[in-house]
Structures are given as C-alpha cells and as structure tokens.
Ligand binder design. Structure first.
Ligand SMILES: C[S@@+](CC[C@H](N)C(=O)[O-])C[C@H]1O[C@@H](n2cnc3c(N)ncnc32)[C@H](O)[C@@H]1O
Length: 128
C-alpha cells in the first residue's frame, strides 16, 4: 500500500469511527509474525508480483496465516487477453495448491470506473 492509500483509509475509518491498524510495507516482506493472521484479503495485488517473486509472495502469505486461516485473492483472468499476469484457472491451482486448499474459484466480470469490462478470478483458499 502507498502512504496516500493509507491516508485515505485513515480518513475513512475516522469518519465511520472504525478502529483499524494501518501500515505501509512491501507485500514481499510482510511485517507479521509466523501464523498470526486469520484472514488475508488480496484485491489486485498478486497479479502485480513479478514472475520471479511469485513463489516468495505465496510463501509469505502461507507463513503469516494461521493454519486453517483464509486467503481471499482477486486477480486478472486470461479473458482480458494474453499478458504475463492474466491467469488461467489451472495456473492458479498450480501456484497456490502447494500451500493452500482451494475452496472455490469463481470467474467474474466487473465494469470498472473507466467503463471497461474486466475479468477476474476470485479464489478462496484455506491455509495448510
Ligand atoms: C491494483 S492495485 C490494488 C490496490 C488495492 N488492493 C485496492 O483494491 O484498491 C495494486 C496495488 O499494489 C501495490 N503494490 C505494488 N507493488 C507492491 C509491493 N511490492 N508491496 C506492496 N504493495 C505493492 C500498488 O501500489 C497498488 O496500490
């Protein structure tokens, strides 16, 4: 997350009087202790991870999540056209299946702010 995104989230949480801890860090070096997190929500981050960093990103999530902790991930699908970070279902299963039990994978579309329809996979996983 960027400092700007954190500032925006802090303002929102103050408006809704929600108590929330916010921090800035690289997703390649998650600042949490081993098996201390119950739920990870990754909305559009994984597909920005360089190919050579994918395994370490996935191991990082596996490391901080409790056993049976849940990981909800949303990433670009192949239906947006060919690109290095547009995934097919079998690739996601190959990448994540080593560390997580995949509960479900849904293919979804979304009309974005720029009025373009984009396609995503939503994938819910349980940590081993
Ligand atoms: C598609 S955006 C999604 C942002 C947010 N989850 C949302 O829903 O608005 C991807 C985000 O990944 C962030 N990002 C890229 N590289 C990163 C890294 N190494 N560590 C943490 N965040 C990173 C970018 O700054 C960007 O905010």
């Amino acid at each position: 997350m960027s400092d700007e995104a954190v500032k925006y989230a802090r303002n929102k949480s103050q408006k809704t009087r929600t108590t929330i801890a916010l921090l800035v860090s690289s997703f390649l070096n998650l600042p949490f202790k081993h098996k201390t997190i119950g739920f990870v929500f990754d909305f559009g981050c994984f597909h920005h991870v360089e190919v050579e960093n994918r395994a370490s990103f996935i191991r990082g999530v596996n490391n901080v999540l409790k056993t049976e902790g849940m990981y909800l991930m949303v990433c670009f699908s192949y239906k947006n056209g060919p690109a290095w970070n547009h995934f097919r279902k079998d690739k996601l299963e190959e990448l994540f299946g080593e560390y997580f039990d995949i509960k479900w994978i849904k293919h979804i579309s979304s009309v974005e702010g720029d009025k373009v329809t984009r396609y995503f996979y939503e994938i819910l996983m349980e940590n081993r």
